[in-house]
Design a protein around this ligand. Structure first.
Ligand code: UDP
Length: 325
């Protein structure tokens, strides 16, 4: 296939680029380097079939030109990371809503398939784990900034599904559950790169809240494999899929212990109240577990990478280049 990856210099985008190039596909990347980095795509420069453009997806003429050249658009460009969202809510809402609007409108004009990456964050405070794609989304009030991310991504989903229903545009919506791996930065609040850096530097590991909240972490290689498969599955069109790892649900406190064990760190673990970590009145979700039966039925997916293996690769990523710490 010929693919355009918006946000291709980001963490997930660069792994998807790598996977598609390895499978012999042509890849075009557009990224404004707002949260992505040139370092992430450096190894692909000069490789057959790889092209990149450093530009925002808001630049419609440039985006149109790129959409023209491909068969499928993987839309990954978005504002992500709870810290970024709490600190820059205007940018989060505008990037996520207007960016997706532009991508869908242009893809529709050129009749190109769109794979929209959404997030498990859209389930919000729902407590009916595991989360099924047809389950209710439970949001907090608009006065609490965190929910703007979930709502902005939910609007993206509505719009993509509306293009499918009303204009027969082929779209696939994918909800990612805590994707982790090398190249993810801790700058925007993600827990694993933060813990790994803290452990390697001998700093305290900062567990927010009481640490009993749980997550299911998914290795980025499992994620990009499913993105590529879903893009080529005719039965995925017009559908929403969870992509995650349901084998291991860990509490954040347990995760901190695991990171200490994998790094051999003597760092202490400290509990930081949410209002200090983020902002007054911050609401977290207690559990987040994917129901993967819909995905399994279509693609035969089974998560391949365990959390420990994943942690070891992340530790190696940080220790191999001290400037990453
Ligand atoms: N978290 C933490 N310490 C950190 C960063 C995050 O305890 O330094 C917690 C965060 O409050 C949440 C969980 O780890 O409960 C996962 O956070 P992340 O931002 O990685 O993803 P989220 O699941 O919130 O989208």
């Amino acid at each position: 296939m010929k693919a355009l990856i918006t946000g291709g210099a980001g963490f997930v985008g660069s792994h998807l680029t790598e996977r598609l190039l390895e499978s012999g596909h042509e890849v075009h990347v557009i990224d404004d380097l707002s949260t992505g980095s040139i370092e992430n795509i450096e190894p692909f420069k000069g490789r057959a079939g790889f092209h990149y453009t450093i530009e925002t997806i808001m630049n419609a003429p440039v985006l149109a030109e790129l959409v023209d050249r491909v068969d499928v658009v993987f839309h990954l460009a978005a504002a992500v990371g709870v810290r970024l969202i709490v600190e820059s809510p205007v940018n989060t809402i505008e990037t996520n809503v207007h960016g997706t609007e532009k991508v869908l409108a242009l893809a529709n004009k050129k009749r190109k398939k769109v794979v929209l990456t959404s997030t498990s964050e859209v389930y919000g405070k729902a407590d009916t784990v595991p989360f099924r794609e047809d389950g209710d989304l439970v949001m907090g009030p608009t006065s609490k900034g965190r929910w703007s991310y979930a709502c902005s991504k939910a609007i993206d989903e509505f719009l993509a599904l509306a293009y499918h229903k009303e204009k027969r545009l082929p779209v696939v919506v994918v909800r990612l559950f805590n994707t982790v791996g090398p190249r993810q930065t801790g700058r925007y609040g993600m827990v694993i790169p933060n813990f790994v850096k803290q452990a390697l530097l001998g700093h305290p590991l900062t567990v927010f809240g009481d640490g009993t909240q749980t997550r299911c972490f998914t290795d980025v290689r499992d994620v990009v494999g499913q993105l590529a498969t879903l893009a080529e599955a005719p039965a995925a069109v017009g559908e929403v899929f969870n992509v995650g790892n349901d084998r291991e649900e860990v509490s954040i406190l347990e995760l901190a212990e695991r990171v200490k064990a994998r790094t051999g760190s003597k760092s202490e673990i400290v509990l930081v109240p949410y209002e200090k970590a983020y902002e007054e009145g911050f609401e977290d979700m207690q559990r987040r577990v994917p129901d993967l039966s819909k995905l399994r039925a279509l693609t035969g997916y089974e998560p391949q990478v365990s959390l420990d293996e994943c942690l070891d690769r992340i530790v190696a990523y940080f220790t191999s280049d001290a400037t990453r710490l």
